[in-house]
Design a protein around this ligand. Structure first.
Ligand code: FES
Ligand SMILES: [Fe+2]
Length: 374
């Protein structure tokens, strides 16, 4: 009889105290089995960012939203109400709406069943010949949606508590640090496919321990000595004073509206960002494509759509420097998580919660474990 050999040390659990806790173990970032459990326990139950209300102002305007393997649509009705549905035809399951746009009725591209904007079945060719065909049986299946300031979120869990209740205080914070939040308009969207688990990208967002070694220009743009992270239940706040206006990231007027760098993570895959300079705001959010691939989307909002030299410089820095620096880190970590020479690390934290403290990463790992029941 042979004895099974264990070539990795036993997994150590998360501790409620970040100073005594190990990190989530590597398998959480690589195993398809964990990803499947996350789909049910996290993505089918949490508030997921759908888009900005400025794209949904007119009756019939819509956006589609992927949530792992589910395809959803948010659409404004003729009555002015926003509704969200599973984006699937009730005949034989063809996808209904694509991308984003505006339509007077929802018509399926396959056999042309059509639906009212409120989800009621409107026409089904030939159904008058079908015994007992009941149009009411084939309305689109609705899901929860919520307007959170100018942002629209969806939730597949019919019993989920409202986002405003779960993340009480977040909207007030966003408006406090970005007072123009409700009037800014989208100027550009940048999309990257990152070869990393979605949690690697969130982990990286949640600490600035890596900022000094990895982001030489960013640590001039925002002042590291004042960078502080505060965790709340399902969100965290990361705020710092402006750094040098003549930094290597982009120049900004020292008298401009925004004198801070403020960054928020909202469980599970949403972040909001405001950086020093003229009024600006960036929803930055993740759409997992698989256990080790994630779509990363950043929408840039300013007070008008004109592309000034200064705005271009900001976007160039964000898209061509900062994002690349971060994505290279995340992809290297993802490869490292497969190493037979790694299993778990420790969080670097301090009592003062200084700029290098990783307590917000620990908080996020605890949310993951809580959601999975681990
Ligand atoms: S699947 Fe939509 S009309 Fe047939
Ligand atoms: Fe970073």
């Amino acid at each position: 009889m042979t004895t099974a050999t264990v070539d990795r040390p036993a997994e150590k659990p998360l501790h409620e105290d970040p100073a005594r806790s190990y990190t989530l173990s590597a398998r959480y970032y690589t195993a398809p089995e964990i990803y499947d459990r996350e789909r049910e326990a996290i993505f089918y139950r949490s508030w997921i960012y759908a888009g900005h209300v400025e794209e949904l102002r007119e009756p019939g305007s819509y956006i589609t939203v992927p949530v792992i393997d589910q395809n959803l649509a948010v659409i404004r009705g003729k009555d002015g109400r926003l509704r969200a549905f599973y984006n699937v035809c009730q005949h034989r399951a063809h996808e209904l709406l694509r991308g984003r746009g505006r339509t007077p009725v929802i018509t399926c591209p396959y056999h042309a069943w059509s639906y009212h904007l409120d989800g009621r079945l409107r026409t089904a060719r030939g159904s008058q010949n079908v015994e007992g065909f009941d149009a009411d049986e084939f309305c689109l299946k609705g899901i929860q949606m919520e307007e959170f300031g100018p942002f629209v979120f969806v939730n597949l869990d019919p019993d989920a508590a409202p986002l405003a209740q779960q993340a009480g205080g977040l909207l007030d914070e966003l408006r406090r640090y970005a007072p123009e939040l409700d009037t800014l308009t989208k100027v550009q969207t940048a999309t990257f496919e990152v070869k990393a688990n979605w949690k690697v990208i969130v982990d990286n967002f949640l600490e600035c321990y890596h900022c000094e070694p990895a982001h030489p220009a960013f640590v001039q743009l925002v002042d590291m000595d004042t960078y502080r992270s505060v965790t709340h239940d399902i969100y965290s706040t990361h705020v710092s004073r402006s750094g040098r206006p003549d930094n290597k990231a982009y120049k900004f007027d020292p008298k401009s509206e925004s004198q801070i760098g403020a960054f928020w993570h909202l469980w599970p895959t949403m972040t909001f960002n405001a950086t020093p300079g003229e009024a600006n705001f960036e929803p930055f959010y993740l759409q997992p494509l698989g256990p080790e691939r994630t779509l990363q989307i950043t929408d840039y909002y300013f007070a008008g759509t004109e592309m000034t030299e200064q705005r271009q410089a900001r976007l160039d820095y964000a898209n061509d420097v900062l994002t690349i620096e971060d994505n290279n880190l995340c992809e290297s970590v993802q490869r490292g998580l497969h190493s037979r020479g790694y299993s778990q690390g420790r969080f670097i934290v301090d009592r003062e919660r200084t700029q290098i403290s990783e307590h917000a990463v620990h908080h996020f790992h605890r949310l993951v474990a809580r959601a999975l029941g681990d």
